[in-house]
Each structure stands twice: as structure tokens, then as C-alpha cells.
Write a protein that binds this ligand. Structure first.
Ligand SMILES: C[C@H](O)[C@H](O)[C@H]1CNC2=NC(N)=NC(=O)C2=N1
Length: 100
């Protein structure tokens, strides 16, 4: 699984504008404020089903009771692969009604 260069990552992230590329170009993340705690946990559960289907698993951080941060990196290569962008694009519709 090839590691994406910073240039490749900067290009791919244009297709998923809610996501941010880390300064070290090793991960992408999206943070959103959910309606409430139960909604945030529901999103985590939806994402878990997708992650199992894709066999690619994000780091999920639920902080401040309803702030959900989703981080994607490919642990096997300690960097970004195409898979991270594929899974991010599939997560977005699950979060469609949430604010940033
Ligand atoms: C065998 C299995 O597919 C691998 O261990 C997968 C599981 N999910 C994974 N998820 C992420 N984000 N990175 C990985 O390297 C990874 N490896």
C-alpha cells in the first residue's frame, strides 16, 4: 500500500472539503459538533459499521460531550493511503445533517 506524498494528499483532499490535512501530511481529520451526546454516539456506531465493512478504522474522539473528531491515517504505513480518503468520503454522508 503506497504512502501518499504531501502533494497527492493536498490534491485528494479537495474532494472532501470538510476534512483537514495535518501539517505533517500523515493524517486527515474532521471535527463536528453533534446535536447532543446520543447523536454523537450514534455517529460513532454508524462509522464503526462502515469501518468494519471497509476494514479501515478511524481514530474517533468524543470530547466536550458532543464534539466528534474523526481522524484517518493508515497505521500499517504510518501515513496516508488512498484508503483514508475513500473512507472519509464514505463517512461524510453519514454526518450530512451535522454542523462543523
Ligand atoms: C488486517 C486488517 O485489515 C488490518 O489490520 C487493518 C485494519 N484496519 C486498519 N485501519 C487503519 N486505519 N490502518 C490500518 O493499517 C489498518 N489495518
Amino acid at each position: 500500500m503506497p504512502t501518499l506524498s504531501r502533494d497527492q494528499a493536498s490534491d485528494l483532499i479537495k474532494a472532501i472539503p470538510e476534512w483537514e490535512l495535518a501539517a505533517d501530511a500523515k493524517r486527515i481529520s474532521r471535527t463536528l459538533k453533534c446535536r447532543n451526546f446520543v447523536d454523537a454516539v450514534a455517529h460513532i456506531n454508524q462509522i464503526s459499521v462502515l469501518a468494519e465493512q471497509e476494514q479501515h478504522h478511524p481514530d474517533l474522539h468524543l470530547t466536550g460531550y458532543r464534539m466528534l473528531t474523526i481522524e484517518l491515517t493508515t497505521h500499517a504505513i504510518n501515513g496516508l493511503s488512498r484508503n483514508d480518503f475513500v473512507v472519509a468520503a464514505k463517512i461524510d454522508p453519514l454526518l450530512a445533517e451535522q454542523s462543523k
